[in-house]
Ligand binder design. Structure first.
Ligand SMILES: Cc1cc2nc3c(=O)[nH]c(=O)nc-3n(C[C@H](O)[C@H](O)[C@H](O)COP(=O)(O)OP(=O)(O)OC[C@H]3O[C@@H](n4cnc5c(N)ncnc54)[C@H](O)[C@@H]3O)c2cc1C
Ligand code: SF4
Length: 338
């Protein structure tokens, strides 16, 4: 471990001013991602600003009927919160599909949003990685890229965002609230994470000095017709090869509204407006689901080891839409798998 300074922020304004006055500093919440990256020398912050004492650990109903979730709410507390279980069970399921019980007990909402990719080369200082060292090249293109992206890639980077929680937040159309030296702002979840382009080192549309304060959910939670499917190498404690979150609103057997997002396939949770629109007014049928999956995957591109993900994603989308339409979410059982 390389030496670093440490300061504990006493309130939100203190956190922002400590950060503004400390070039090269990083916020630390649960530390489950950042400390690993520091131990491996992938990240070398000059100073850690500890957020653990900030009053950002509440889940509160909003006047508009939604929920405001503090950035320091632990993943476990959020997944088991009665309002989340009742109104946003897709979010609960997605969180419980991630990591392990011990990690979820430590991991925060803000840290989950900003967790970094699990691309093996990003962690291996002996290999070229544009995300770790801009301009160095990308060892994953042409390398072992089984876990890497098939959508929204660039010549500079084919990494994926590894979060489960964020895939559900994409379907729920959450808003991220942040504050910084220039004041408060709200960022739609769809605009929060970035595609790699030629700046893969920038993963979110957030300035280094900005603090995430909360995530807000609108009232619509798809509590009747939803699912979260995660396909991975082990049943538990593994990142997604492909995951799918779905929320459907039905009118009899006809689809009134459908939203779905893929995880494990792109640098951000992946939604496709054309694929969702194609389902509106259709019967909830295998044929309609297969057609929309084809639209969703039409621009997918494999890189050798990960090409299998294209078919896997197509089948996962059809299965997830089927489960959601039937009101039989597979992910209910995930809660029993610690
Ligand atoms: C072995 C292992 C397996 C895992 N498996 C999964 C999985 O299957 N699915 C999954 O989704 N996740 C998985 N994770 C990742 C885990 O969910 C994240 O590590 C966790 O959510 C990060 O939260 P944290 O509070 O510990 O973040 P930290 O490590 O404290 O911080 C992460 C980043 O966020 C920044 N940050 C934190 N809070 C804020 C804030 N409020 N404002 C601005 N910046 C902030 C930090 O500066 C840092 O850059 C796994 C992790 C491990 C170690
Ligand atoms: S895919 Fe991205 S994170 Fe992985 S080696 Fe290439 S540049 Fe680095």
């Amino acid at each position: 471990m390389i030496g670093f300074e440490y300061a504990r922020a006493s309130n939100i304004a203190d956190a922002v001013s400590l950060m503004a006055a400390s070039p090269g500093a990083k916020f630390i919440a649960g530390g489950t991602n950042l400390v690993d990256l520091m131990k491996m020398h992938v990240e070398q912050p000059a100073k850690l600003i500890d957020l653990s004492k900030l009053p950002l650990d509440k889940v509160e109903e909003t006047a508009g009927g939604g929920l405001r979730i503090g950035a320091l709410v632990r993943n476990t507390d959020l997944a088991y919160h009665p309002l989340v279980e009742r109104h946003y069970p897709m979010l609960s399921s997605a969180i419980m599909a991630g990591a392990s019980q011990q990690l979820r007990n430590m991991a925060s909402v803000g840290g989950n949003l900003l967790q970094r990719t699990r691309c093996a080369y990003f962690y291996d200082l002996a290999t070229a990685c544009n995300k770790r060292e801009p301009g160095a090249g990308c060892a994953a293109i042409g390398g072992h890229n089984r876990m890497n992206a098939i959508l929204g890639t660039s010549d500079a980077c084919i990494a994926v965002h590894p979060s489960d929680m964020c895939v559900a937040l994409a379907v729920l159309e959450a808003t991220v609230h942040a504050t910084g030296p220039r004041g408060d702002r709200a960022i739609a979840l769809s605009d929060f994470h970035r595609l790699p382009g030629d700046t893969p080192q920038r993963e979110a549309n957030l300035e280094d000095s900005e603090l995430i304060t909360a995530v807000e959910l609108p009232p619509q939670g798809f509590a009747h017709n939803y699912t979260y499917i995660k396909i991975r190498d082990r049943l538990s404690y593994a990142f997604a090869l492909v995951s799918v979150a779905v929320g459907i609103e039905l009118d009899g057997g006809t689809i009134k509204q459908a939203r779905f997002a893929l995880g494990g396939v792109a640098h951000k949770p992946w939604r496709n407006a054309a694929a969702e629109a194609a389902l509106v007014g259709q019967p909830a049928s295998a044929a309609a689901f297969a057609q929309t999956a084809d639209i969703l995957l039409s621009e997918a591109k494999g890189f050798g080891h990960n090409t299998f993900k294209i078919d896997l994603a197509r089948r996962a989308v059809v299965r997830a839409l089927t489960q959601a339409a039937r009101g039989t979410p597979q992910s209910q059982s995930d809660k029993k798998i610690a």
